[in-house]
Design a protein around this ligand. Structure first.
Ligand code: PHE
Length: 357
């Protein structure tokens, strides 16, 4: 019996695959295997001999069976490892180590502005960049003959002769979104709308396409005081300083009454732009109390509701914060400029994490 055990355990250990393992199983513990033959011999033994040989044979059978099972599992593992090795496939692309993209400062600043106003309860609304002249002008209390219509240097979309649909324009400001969001949600409301706008203008501080963020808050008791507080809070958070000089200048817009323009103290000394010091002022936004006619155009009853609105230049405040002296550089697509002024893709601005690290 010891010979049998040694023979089969060695064979099992040496088996190279599952087929040879099965052959061993049949020869050892199969119906006509060697162990079965030995079992048959028990009949010829004396009862005393049988009492010793019977249990020993059963133990031998068990031992061989468990060796077979262990070897079978080991062979299956090895087969799987081998398959994984031979069928391995590299599905990754090699990373580009040198040409890394960056987030454009305008996108970064838009995210910063959105984060700050979100904290004050403003949600983001959007409107089309190509809009009718009704949304861009008439609904905002700028009728056809109004000088502001000419002042805005508007790009009109081409219309085929005989096409009498209302003219479309490239929106000259984000203010049409005031009307669209009044129509969509009614009052009360608190929204900002960041996006691109267009005017035929080109110099160091003007490009034909630039960016604004519109703000609109409508409720029963909104006042100029709320407007001033919201803008001061914004400027403090955005520039990450406690004292930035703001100048509220009485002004005029057809769609607000009263109206104020807001300038921020800065200096251009030596060609570098610094915010919060110097004797220069840069206009960053227009604002005021929403004109009753504008509320009406948006379907809101001016006897019940009132609100403030502002329109701020995103590119302007980006120049101020990140020291960009020439607005035109934002849109030149100069890779060296983009790598210098761009932001890392994972630096998403949040108020708790820091806006512009
Ligand atoms: N739409 C104005 C502009 O583009 C800014 C503005 C918005 C002024 C809202 C007042 C209220 O100059």
């Amino acid at each position: 019996m010891d010979d049998l055990k040694a023979k089969y355990l060695t064979q099992i250990a040496d088996a190279a695959d599952e087929t040879s393992l099965e052959d061993i199983r049949i020869a050892a513990v199969g119906k006509k295997g060697e162990v079965a033959l030995k079992m048959r011999e028990l009949g010829k033994m004396t009862p005393e001999e049988r009492q010793v040989a019977g249990p020993a044979l059963n133990a031998l059978k068990d031992e061989i069976n468990s060796a077979l099972a262990a070897k079978k599992a080991a062979l299956a593992d090895a087969a799987l490892d081998e398959r994984l090795r031979s069928e391995w496939l590299d599905v990754t692309l090699p990373t580009r180590t040198q040409r890394r993209g960056t987030i454009h400062p305008i996108s970064q600043v838009t995210e910063e502005v959105t984060a700050i106003f979100a904290e004050m309860g403003f949600s983001v609304a959007e409107g089309p960049r190509i809009d009718t002249d009704w949304y861009n002008f008439d609904a905002l209390n700028i009728p056809g003959h109004h000088p502001a219509r000419a002042e805005m240097d508007t790009f009109y979309m081409h219309r085929a002769p005989g096409d009498n649909r209302p003219p479309h324009v490239l929106r000259t400001h984000t203010s049409p979104v005031q009307i669209r969001s009044m129509e969509a949600t009614g009052a009360p409301t608190r929204i900002i709308c960041p996006g691109g706008v267009y005017r035929a203008d080109y110099d160091q501080t003007h490009t034909p396409m630039f960016h604004q963020v519109e703000g609109l808050a409508i409720d029963k008791d909104i006042s100029m005081a709320n407007l001033k507080w919201v803008l001061e809070e914004f400027v403090k958070s955005y520039f990450e300083v406690d004292g930035v000089d703001l100048r509220f200048r009485a002004s005029h817009f057809p769609f607000t009454e009263p109206s104020a323009e807001v300038d921020i103290r800065c200096s251009w000394e030596g060609g570098t732009l610094k915010v919060g010091e110097g004797d220069d002022w840069l206009e960053i936004l227009g604002s005021g109390m929403v004109h009753p006619k504008v509320l009406e155009a948006g379907g809101i009853d001016p006897n019940e509701w009132q609100g403030f609105a502002f329109g701020m230049g995103i590119d302007r405040i980006a120049m101020l914060k990140y020291g960009v002296p020439d607005l035109r550089a934002f849109f030149d697509s100069d890779l060296r400029w983009l790598r210098h002024y761009g932001f890392a893709a994972l630096d998403v601005p949040t108020l708790h994490g820091g806006l512009s690290r």
